[in-house]
Design a protein around this ligand. Structure first.
Ligand code: SF4
Ligand code: SF4
Length: 196
């Protein structure tokens, strides 16, 4: 039996600090094989905050049940894929900002109508999809996180996988991400340069 405990630390709109800005939430999971936890940052309105946090807690539970965690154990510093996502993705966004992909194709079960109401320019000509850079990207945060489509929910880049299995450290993965961001910006500058 698993026990899931979700504690919102700073749901806002007021309060918050440098250490725990508004939107910070900690999610914990305890079961027969040990305990694990992660810190998330959901800087959304109250309703979206609740939806996103509930989804992250369920996603964490699903990953553990499906065996997609590197350490649901009593290790001193357990790290789940959800925890890796929380540490890398809010500083990256390379899979949402047009650097890695040019669009996101919808999958069975995704609602084009729902995504359109959320402001995503879904085209339904041959294959239902929306372009990147994604209209839902705000800084490095997904504005529609609770409603993001299947491709976005399922995608795990090489860096996430490498950190989750302990091949790469978080700091090393962040260095690779920053380097990729700098290179992407250099290409953007070159493309904007007069005469190009
Ligand atoms: S490229 Fe990887 S680390 Fe970056 S936001 Fe996407 S999944 Fe996260
Ligand atoms: S919907 Fe969210 S997760 Fe998917 S590409 Fe857009 S910003 Fe990224």
């Amino acid at each position: 039996m698993f026990r899931k405990h979700t504690e919102s630390i700073q749901a806002g709109p007021g309060g918050g600090s440098d250490a725990k800005p508004v939107g910070t939430v900690f999610i914990g999971l305890a079961g027969p094989t040990g305990t694990t936890g992660l810190r998330q940052f959901n800087p959304y309105d109250r309703e979206t905050f609740k939806q996103a946090t509930a989804n992250q807690a369920l996603e964490m539970l699903c990953r553990v049940l499906l065996g997609r965690t590197s350490s649901m154990s009593s290790q001193k510093h357990p790290i789940t894929m959800a925890a890796v996502v929380a540490q890398l993705c809010p500083q990256c966004a390379l899979c949402c900002n047009g650097v890695l992909f040019k669009d996101v194709e919808l999958q069975p079960g995704d609602s084009a109508a729902r995504l359109k109401t959320l402001g995503l320019p879904v085209s339904e000509k041959r294959v239902a999809k929306f372009p990147q850079p994604c209209a839902a990207l705000e800084g490095c945060s997904c504005r529609v996180y609770a409603d993001r489509p299947t491709r976005c929910r399922d995608f795990e880049c090489a860096s996430l996988k490498s950190v989750a299995v302990g091949k790469t450290g978080v700091a090393g993965a962040l260095r690779v991400i920053r380097d990729a961001q700098k290179r992407a910006e250099k290409v953007r500058r070159l493309l904007r340069a007069p005469g190009d």
